[in-house]
Design a protein around this ligand. Structure first.
Ligand SMILES: Nc1ncnc2c1ncn2[C@@H]1O[C@H](COP(=O)(O)OP(=O)(O)OP(=O)(O)O)[C@@H](O)[C@H]1O
Ligand SMILES: [Mg+2]
Length: 597
């Protein structure tokens, strides 16, 4: 196995500085784009014209791919292969790949390039499991990814009608709520014994399902805490900020929707609500702001973002004027996806409402890693409300609602781990194919929720969770043996992972376990077979019945070979690309809501 050394993102843990597990099995999206009829095209052009055309074509394609955080893996003639989610998944890898494909078609297909030559393009996007060399995938190295998904993407591209983006079933499933697709007849492809289902991507879906079709279960404490903030804001005439924090699928959006549905007058004073959801990678970064203001100003989310930015001060005054008359809740879901202007707007709104003693409550939601989104201000007015997993009884109720009284409920309970989003995905899968016995596979939707939690860790953090998943119970000493590390450096890593809810301390077993079984399975399944076997060998547990290759781990305590690199490359211009924070060992210091509720 190739041993790679990768420097960490700048803000990563100081204790360890490189990537102990050099290759991972990952779900990735692969994009292929090629010029239609390029052989005939270059035949009739002078080499200098070919060069000018290629430079413009490759330059434009690479720029679009970069904007969507795709990595160019290789150039094959006039074809470009790009990888999404190779090193870090944000849960939207397939979406970014399709958006990049659509944008490449929009800016290049049928348009005159250098020398006036018009090119037509085909794009194919496939999603599936691959082994990724993490160092090569960061450095855009050739051969960074291996798996059938690569060939499938190439075949899809060959099959695509000119000017279109064609996707496989897995890509479509991963983006079903976000992209509109057109059915195409199944495609016969070289090397595939059966026709392959394919779809044509038409554009961004304008409506998204709300998921509010389930009865609301549990969450009485969280809802009461949020309502209490509204009551206090009205009675004390004060501004409040609540960050509702929890991992994907835990029910942040649903909690917000429930609060909106049930917001009531306080002491006879009506409370107004204005809310917005931040979509992933919006075309108009200030669209959530426009959505917030729609009821009060008549502007629409499609309005010019430049105007929206300039008018922020005026719009802040509009909301403050509303709060002067009527207590107001301003709710923004998934604020971590919002453009910086949006967060700034909310912070300034909160600051102005605080200064003017207005009854205005800002409620935002985001995953736990975004610990720094609280504004400045009095600590008793800014809170972080952590949404915990649903209890066993409530999870059971939810599963029974989804599946009826069935044996699957008991089987799924530990896998769902109190996460309603997982429950929905496992239940949908159980409905699809039953999995009457044994542990069902982790549903794709759950993988998309879990993958970013692992990927926000640096190399050591990831390796520790993977090792924990392989061993069951880990201590700093066992890990040091497993990862060629130093126990003293691994101890704070273990504590930080526990603080982030990825590991849990088990006193009875004198060690840490991966917090839930689904997370453990996703982490374990990322390990290449050779590493699984190596971990087992080093910890003297039976080697799984797989065929390992020789493997060498990169120790966790050697110094880094080169300067740290940023998690999102500098110059990335996707406006709302999440500047993914890498897990730090510093514990969050924001006041919990319970402290004042
Ligand atoms: N308390 C609950 N009772 C019933 N269903 C719930 C509850 N909480 C969440 N759900 C359902 O579980 C699914 C996931 O919840 P939700 O979308 O709110 O999660 P989230 O934390 O916002 O994460 P993401 O934004 O990644 O979906 C949704 O279908 C939602 O309706
Ligand atoms: Mg949500």
């Amino acid at each position: 196995m190739q041993v790679s050394r990768v420097t960490q993102p700048a803000s990563a843990m100081a204790a360890t500085r490189h990537w102990p597990v050099p290759e991972e099995r990952r779900t990735v999206s692969v994009l292929f784009v090629d010029i239609v009829g390029s052989t005939a095209l270059v035949d009739r052009l002078d080499p200098e014209d070919v060069r000018a055309l290629q430079q413009e074509y490759f330059g434009t394609v690479a720029a679009v791919l970069r904007r969507w955080n795709g990595v160019v893996e290789k150039y094959v003639g006039d074809a470009v292969m790009a990888l999404f989610g190779g090193v870090e998944s944000d849960g939207f890898d397939a979406y970014r790949a399709v958006r990049a494909g659509l944008e490449i078609q929009r800016v290049l297909d049928g348009r005159p390039l250098a020398g006036g030559t018009v090119v037509r393009l085909r794009v194919g996007v496939a999603t599936g499991e691959a082994v990724v060399d993490l160092a090569a995938a960061r450095d855009a190295g050739h051969g960074a990814v291996s798996g059938a998904v690569v060939t499938l993407a190439a075949r899809l591209q060959e099959h695509a009608p000119r000017g279109t983006v064609i996707v496989c079933a897995a890509t479509r499933r991963a983006t079903a709520d976000l992209i509109d697709y057109r059915d195409l007849p199944p495609a016969t492809m070289a090397g595939k014994p059966l026709p392959v289902a394919v779809w044509r991507a038409d554009g961004i879906a304008l409506t998204r399902p709300t998921g509010g079709d389930l009865p609301f279960i549990g969450r009485r404490r969280e809802l009461a805490a949020l309502r209490d903030q509204v009551v206090r804001a009205v009675r004390e005439r004060s501004a409040r900020w609540v960050s509702v924090v929890g991992p994907d699928g835990i029910g942040r959006s649903r909690l917000l929707a429930e609060l909106a549905r049930t917001v009531r007058p306080v002491d006879g004073v009506p409370v107004r609500w204005c809310g917005a959801q931040c979509p992933p990678y919006p075309d108009v970064p200030t669209a959530p702001l426009a959505a917030l203001l729609r009821d009060h100003t008549g502007i629409t989310p499609g309005d010019d973002p430049a105007d929206a930015g300039k008018a922020a001060g005026r719009w802040r005054e509009v909301l403050l004027a509303v709060a002067e008359r009527t207590p107001l809740v301003v709710a923004v879901d998934d604020v971590d996806r919002a453009a910086p202007e949006m967060l700034l707007f909310l912070h300034e709104l909160f600051a102005a409402a605080t200064a003017r003693a207005l009854p205005l409550v800002v409620v935002v939601t985001h995953p736990p890693e975004w610990g720094d989104l609280l504004p400045l201000g009095p600590t008793d007015r800014r809170h972080r409300l952590t949404v915990p997993p649903l209890g066993t009884v409530d999870t059971g109720r939810l599963l029974r609602y989804l599946l009826g009284e069935s044996a699957a409920v008991t089987r799924l309970l530990p896998l769902v781990a109190g996460n309603p989003g997982y429950a929905r995905a496992y239940a949908a899968q159980a409905g699809d194919d039953g999995h009457p016995s044994g542990e069902p596979p982790v549903p794709e939707a759950v993988r998309r929720m879990v993958a970013p939690r692992l990927d926000r860790l640096d190399g050591t953090g990831r390796a520790v969770v993977m090792a924990g998943a392989a061993l069951g119970v880990v201590t700093a000493e066992r890990l040091a043996h497993l990862l060629d590390g130093d126990p003293e450096q691994l101890r704070p890593v273990l504590r930080a992972l526990a603080e982030r809810g990825l590991l849990a301390w088990r006193s009875a077993r004198h060690g840490y376990e991966v917090a839930d079984r689904t997370l453990a399975r996703v982490a374990y399944e990322r390990l290449p077979r050779a590493l699984r076997a190596e971990f087992c060998r080093r910890s003297a547990i039976p080697v799984p019945d797989e065929t390992p290759r020789p493997v060498r781990l990169v120790g966790t305590t050697a110094p880094a070979a080169s300067a740290p690199v940023a998690a999102v490359p500098p110059g990335t211009t996707v406006r709302t690309a999440r500047a993914r924070p890498v897990m730090s060992v510093t514990p969050a210091t924001t006041p919990p809501l319970a402290a004042s509720a």
